[in-house]
Ligand binder design. Structure first.
Ligand SMILES: C[S@@+](CC[C@H](N)C(=O)[O-])C[C@H]1O[C@@H](n2cnc3c(N)ncnc32)[C@H](O)[C@@H]1O
Length: 230
């Protein structure tokens, strides 16, 4: 497992994970947080909204609160959460059982962090929130390419990342951050993005037929599809 992924696979309990990975949001607000991301994503990119029977994947789902909100909002019959951390997948399944959600509707799968386990052109909708910002850029861009490979011709992807604009407001020493990354220290790594970089990657690198990049305070969102938007 890459050093950047190890911080997500610490053997913690479900309760410890719920308290740690949601930006300090309290447990009783995790559904509200999930709903907030889903509402915002469709407000920014109404053209990506999937149909109820779509093949939908969240990359880096944690314990599935955003999947739960997306299922409620779209009526999706099945969503797969794809993760690199075996303990996260185990705790996500535990959470679905604990909260009496239908297990067939919320599936979780493991992969190696490099190759998405889907055939070319087989997925309708990928999304990822607060996850890809923690992995090194070559891995992040590999995921963009992999999502694009797996998208159906009518499919689309949305990725939520950290913007460079947030760095001055974060209680984070840039020197420590870089030292963690250079020495391979397993902790939350942070990577920052801007519009020029993402537009260049999506247009020139991924060669998406259509894309949109939206700076959004401390965050930056991007969406793309294989066809031009109608
Ligand atoms: C901060 S949590 C976010 C969880 C969820 N998206 C949310 O916002 O509630 C980051 C998630 O990404 C997963 N993750 C980390 N690196 C990953 C990678 N390379 N591919 C897929 N998932 C990854 C972690 O295991 C964890 O589930």
């Amino acid at each position: 497992m890459h050093d950047a992924f190890a911080t997500w696979d610490t053997g913690e309990s479900l309760e410890a994970i719920e308290a740690r990975i949601h930006d300090g949001v309290s447990n009783d607000k995790l559904r509200e947080r999930g709903r907030g991301y889903v509402t915002h994503m469709f407000k920014l990119f109404p053209w990506v909204r999937p149909s109820a029977d779509a093949a939908i994947v969240e990359v880096g789902p944690g314990v599935g609160y955003i999947m739960e909100a997306l299922a409620k909002e779209t009526g999706a019959v099945r969503i797969t959460g794809l993760d690199v951390a075996p303990n996260m997948v185990a705790r996500a399944r535990e959470r679905i059982k604990r909260d009496c959600l239908p297990e067939g509707r919320f599936e979780f799968a493991l992969y190696d962090g490099v190759t998405l386990p889907w055939a070319d052109g087989s997925v309708d909708f990928f999304y990822s929130v607060a996850a890809i910002q923690h992995i090194p850029k070559p891995h992040a861009y590999n995921l963009f390419l992999e999502m694009h490979r797996c998208l159906k011709p009518t499919g689309s992807s949305v990725v939520h990342l950290l913007s460079w604009d947030i760095l001055p407001q974060m209680h984070l020493s840039f020197a420590d951050e870089i030292r963690h990354q250079v020495t391979g220290t397993p902790t939350h790594w942070h990577h920052f993005y801007d519009r020029v970089e993402l537009e260049t990657v999506l247009g020139h690198g991924v060669k998406a037929a259509d894309f949109q990049v939206v700076p959004d305070g401390g965050a930056i969102w991007c969406a793309w599809g294989k066809q031009r938007r109608r």
